[in-house]
Design a protein around this ligand. Sequence first.
Ligand code: FAE
Length: 543
Amino acid sequence: MTAKLTQHQLTRRQILGMIALQTAATAGLTRIGLQSAQAVEPAAVTTATAIVVGSGYGGAVAALRLGQAGITTVVLEMGRLWNTPGADGKIFCNTANPDQRSMWFKTRTEAPLASFLWLDVVNKDITPYPGALDRVHYDSMSVYVGRGVGGGSLVNGGMAVTPRQSYFTEQFPTVDATAMYNTYFPRARTMLGVNTIDPTWFESTEWYQFTRTSRKAATNTGLTTTFVPNVYDFGYMQQEAAGTATKSALAQEVIYGNNYGKKSLDKTYLASALGTGKVTIHTMEKVKAVTRASDGSYVLTVDRIDDTGTVVETKQYSCTYLFLGGGSLGTTELLVRARDTGTLPALNSSVGAGWGPNGNTMLGRANHIWDTTGANQSTMPVMGIDDWANTDNPVFAEIAPLPIGFETWVSLYLAITKNPQRASFTYDSASGTVKLGWTAAQSAVSVAMAKKLFDRINSANATIYRSDLFGTPSKVFADDFCYHPLGGCVLGNATDNYGRVKGYSKLYVTDGSLVPGNIGVNPFVTITALAERTLERVLAEDF
Ligand code: FAE
């Protein structure tokens, strides 16, 4: 069952799948299959050999590999298909003028940068709608996730980073690292369309002045910086800069979606999955509960919602094989609820445990007046400060843009720290909700590590922190949200070494919940590569 794909087959499948996605959107279909290319909505099947929950990285890999193996597969995605232009002719809105498309059922946007000069000028009132970016609130941590066909790939910064092998092995001691680095990481990068910026263009373009200024401060401190690959097409970006292509990364588009340039999963894995003719994606359908019938099949209770969030139908699906790709929050919540309400009672106590925010902490530095960052900034990060080898204080800090269209002198960073703290999800029977036990004291560990690194940078450059960016009262380190939720169903604990959930057969986890709370770099390449490894093994042994 190893994927033996030629580029030709892939391209053909992707094209077929993309036509299906495009036509489905134009025709307003909520179920998408190969028939959608003729504007025909696939029949509403409720029984399939395999069901995949979620269409982010883990779900998309599962969908493609199952489809290629000839297995009839339904993907259930709670978000919408993002393929239909709004009144402004754009599918997604940008960060400067967010509207209802920006966020998942909110009355006001909740951008990571809450303020500028302490002023509440960033966020805007919006109409509740199934927008692309969600911010899920727990007691002391809120988590950003993507919603829609493509999951996090719709809203993320596209940074496609492979972790250093020594840290991967530390986090996954039971996984054959040689196979990962020789087979699955390269496969993931190829499939995701990873590419790198032309270094000559990088050195000369105004759009990366902000990165060069941050690099200079790091170099002055004696720190190493490294280029980071991305799934945004840098050839397209150069055309944007030259004025020969419609701007997207150069037009403040990112966390609410990119209209052009980015190879999100609907253009890669999911298009290919639809192209197999075996995969159907049902949108706006949220899986609420999972149980097992006496014949061993899985039964899913699913709410279908409309654009107002109203549940228009509650239905049941059944399948022989169930793949969970709802992300760290989505998958863990489903399984914790299933265990603790008794619908899947044999799930073990590791389900819900081992969660961490990848040590995420965001911060800004104020540069000297002569160290400009540029009014024009690309939204796609291309460089990181790599101090992970510093065993005293390992940090990898992404040099992030602040694309607001005027000079700010701000250097912004998303620091990934080696915070060892972990938390658990628990089911609260009184409210019927799943809660996350992460505390502010656990975030303080990430802050201390980020501060140690950036105190050095400020000291070497005689600069200071910005305290006006994360709301009031003044806050230097944004430690109450994360972009990288990881864990909850950790590989080898809640599952076997290949993502098979312990206690049940034919039940799999394929997403970020397998990663034990931290991976030291931006995580989607790791999630994709692990999913490739799982699917290869499961298709060879379990079908
Ligand atoms: P994910 O992509 O979150 O997909 C889960 C999908 O399942 C979503 O579409 C959900 O709507 C859906 N779902 C959840 N629960 C249900 C349910 N019950 N029923 C039906 N559907 C459901 O999961 N990572 C990088 O590596 N590089 C970056 O540059 C980067 N930048 C980021 C920037 C932002 C603003 C954000 C939010 C994230 C960023 N990330 C980045 C993180 C990355 O997107 C994330 O790790 C992956 O998307 C996680 O992949 P999963 O497959 O685990």
